[in-house]
Design a protein around this ligand. Structure first.
Ligand SMILES: [Zn+2]
Length: 524
């Protein structure tokens, strides 16, 4: 068809009119975070509706279905819920049993499938890490066989954030414990680096936990018990050892080595778990590339769609809407798909939109996709993930997790520079964000990946804004539609992500890990 001058002008006007300003992005958030989707819990009806909505939008945007059932990739989960009234924890010291209050003193986790009855001695193992790369071993020289590890979350000073992140994953952690002959773990959060205050952690303990039902994907198989201890109640645990948590925290904050010692008490645990099964959905779609050869390669954009569903009410609200976590990221993907259609953007490589479930249950949807990808894993050249990018103030600084690990970081720098936005690496590696969202499962398949979010500088008002948001709204019902959001800044962020994806898709060569990157090992 021959284009007339008028048609060209009209196309130009149309393109100008659809420059993302955050309004349509917000309309997607409004649907996904509405009360009627009931917090999009993995396996729930609300999640299913959200998945259907995304699939419908992708279809409207002219994307090709790339799931297993149309746009949907169905996956099955085993569910576990602790029956707390039939479970108990006690410390035993000199033959006397001291009963603990579940939820107040400690929480028995069900991410690890607990054995019905566990009795074992306890050993404080510092950070509970073994890092061969720097010849670091918290277990060396201790009598650990058959014992339960007690450790403080975090990593020793001098450990790169990538290594620190990697070795603190549940799978790597259990690997280290198993090698030391240990049977379970008690973790104590460093009170100086807690995202969520203890009462809210305790409030969330009634959440059903899930594991992928497909065989071979349980990375903590064999672990007898995993407990989270309230740092404010650590004195009871450490009594009789000559050590206090305050002293240990001081050492950690000063970057000094932590002590390692056997505890005076041993632990007795009885657990009862109710089990079930649910099905949930990943949603996968392709915007086909224009280059006959390169279109068989894919630039993935990922975001998780699940959140926490309905839980114990806080201030009378029981729906965990997850507007920022992570309706915002899914909405970014939808906005990019819609805008690419309107602006008739052509890219040489194809774009793969991967919207995943089960993130809040332990990155399970992305894990499943990475093991069962619907396009060949080797054809995915990069993943750009967004999870809770927090548009709470103007976008002047971008944080890029994984910035210095691969050439994708250079692409991030280039598109940000064009937009007059500065870029920084993870300012708080201790929070382990790099392994706490879905990009990690792409990384484990050797795929260079980044996650991008709004940045802030240490000591700035923006940092205080984020800290306040985390304390008040993160994983709380108030992460809903009634919160101040800078929609124009969100629109700008979405433009940046789109430009990033397009730049990677159009480049002559595919991204590569940096020679010195720890994560390059997965690409070998
Ligand atoms: Zn979350």
């Amino acid at each position: 068809m021959r284009k007339t001058a008028l048609a060209l002008l009209f196309a130009a006007l149309l393109t100008a009119a659809v420059t993302p300003d955050g309004k349509r992005w917000w309309s997607y958030v409004e649907f996904l975070a509405s009360d009627r989707l009931e917090g999009r819990n993995t396996g729930s009806e609300g999640h299913r509706k959200a998945a259907e909505y995304v699939a419908t939008e992708f279809e409207r945007d002219g994307l090709k279905a790339a799931g297993e059932r149309g746009y949907i990739q169905p996956l099955k989960f085993k569910t576990l819920r602790l029956e707390e009234s039939q479970s108990s924890l006690a410390l035993i010291r000199d033959g006397t049993e001291q009963k603990l209050t579940l939820g107040e003193d400690a929480i028995i986790g069900t991410r690890v499938d607990p054995q019905p009855s566990v009795k074992a001695g306890l050993v404080f193992v510092g950070y509970g890490l073994r890092v061969p790369e720097i010849h670091y071993d918290d277990f060396a020289g201790l009598a650990t066989r058959g014992k339960i590890a007690v450790y403080m979350a975090g990593a020793p000073a001098g450990l790169s954030s990538a290594l620190a992140a990697h070795y603190q994953t549940a799978g790597q952690r259990w690997e280290a414990l198993k090698n030391a002959g240990m049977i379970g773990a008690i973790s104590i959060a460093n009170p100086k680096h807690m995202d969520i205050p203890w009462p809210r952690i305790a409030n969330n303990r009634f959440q059903m936990t899930m594991q992928l039902a497909a065989p071979g994907l349980d990375e903590t198989a064999g672990e007898a018990i995993a407990i989270a201890w309230n740092p404010a109640h650590a004195e009871g645990l450490l009594a009789g050892t000559g050590h206090t948590l305050d002293q240990i925290v001081d050492l950690a904050e000063a970057g000094k080595p932590l002590p390692r010692f056997p505890l005076a008490a041993s632990l007795s645990a009885t657990t009862s778990v109710k089990r079930g099964e649910v099905e949930s959905q990943n949603i996968v779609a392709i915007r086909e590339g224009s280059d006959p050869a390169l279109k068989n390669e894919y630039v993935a954009m990922s975001a998780h769609i699940d959140h926490l569903g309905i839980g114990q009410p806080i201030h009378g609200d029981s729906i965990f809407n997850g507007a920022m976590d992570n309706a915002s990221g899914v909405a970014a993907a939808l906005e990019i798909a819609a805008h690419m259609k309107e602006a008739q953007v052509k890219t040489r490589r194809s774009i793969l939109f991967v919207i995943v479930t089960g993130e809040e249950k332990g990155l399970l949807g992305s894990r499943y996709f990475s093991v069962n990808p619907t396009v060949p894993a080797k054809s995915i050249v990069a993943d750009v993930n967004t999870d809770m990018f927090l548009p709470l103030y103007p976008l002047e600084l971008l944080t890029c997790f994984g910035l210095d690990e691969s050439t994708v970081g250079e692409d991030v720098r280039a598109v940000a520079r064009q937009m007059g936005i500065e870029v920084q690496p993870d300012p708080e590696p201790k929070r382990n964000v790099f392994i706490r969202s879905d990009q990690y499962n792409f990384i484990r398949r050797g795929i260079p990946s980044v996650m991008v979010a709004f940045g802030y500088r240490k000591g700035s008002t923006e940092e205080a804004t984020v800290a306040k948001w985390l304390a008040e709204r993160y994983h709380a019902p108030s992460d809903d539609l009634n919160q101040p959001v800078d929609k124009a800044a969100a629109g700008q962020f979405v433009v940046l992500v789109e430009k990033l994806i397009e730049r990677i898709a159009d480049a002559d060569s595919r991204p590569a890990w940096k020679q010195e990157s720890f994560f390059r090992r997965y690409a070998q």
